[in-house]
Design a protein around this ligand. Sequence first.
Ligand SMILES: [Zn+2]
Ligand SMILES: [Zn+2]
Length: 258
Amino acid sequence: MSGIDEDSGRKVGWGWRSWAGVVASLLYPEVCEVCGEERATARESYLCVKCRSAPGNLVPVRAPFCDRCGLPYAGEITARFVCSNCAGMDQGFDSARAAVVASRFVLEVVHRYKYGRSTWLEPFLAQLLVDAAGPFLAAGKWDALVPVPLHPVREREREFNQSVRLARRLSASTGIPCRGDLVRRRVATGSQALLDRGQRAKNVAHAFALRRPVRLEGWRVVVVDDVLTTGATTGAVGRVLRRAGVETVVVWTVARGV
Ligand SMILES: [Zn+2]
Ligand SMILES: [Zn+2]
């Protein structure tokens, strides 16, 4: 009997490696987690080629977009501009950027990762972030990556904080220290999904605080989260950091709601 070695593509005998593969494929059938139809392996994070390449599923955030919040603009603009949400407003960060548009596909993957404990989707999401943020961050000097903290109760429910996990992977590839120890979430805010822009901002305005008194004078910090919708949450974290002396707050997320 023989099988195919996943790394080399060569046929191999039934060694422990292929047995492990057989056991894994029984536990996790090699089928796409989103469409449930096409073949997708563990190394593809169980996301098939068809889903990844379908129009509108994975759309990189490209210029033109708002200089401040990164909201893509459909028209033709070559000059730098600020959108109507940001005009005359302090969002709590200097700028926000994202890897891809928060399409239904991306939001489904994020949801399954966060709430369905589909941890194998993490490398896929992290790679989107690393590929987009890596070159941007390499062009500047940064003191820390700060993941958006979860309230301890929420973190116990969910068993992990996706922002911390994504920030750690970004840290591993950029060398910028991941500092999950600076900011804490002191209020377990409910879901923001049904709230409008103003309600969201109010809901999280006092949700965050420094974990302990620190001065971060002149620091340049990157706040990391999975999805940016209105920017209320990341902005609230940004304000806490600024009050501690941080000079520049840039937000990076995997996806951007449009
Ligand atoms: Zn699929
Ligand atoms: Zn904007």
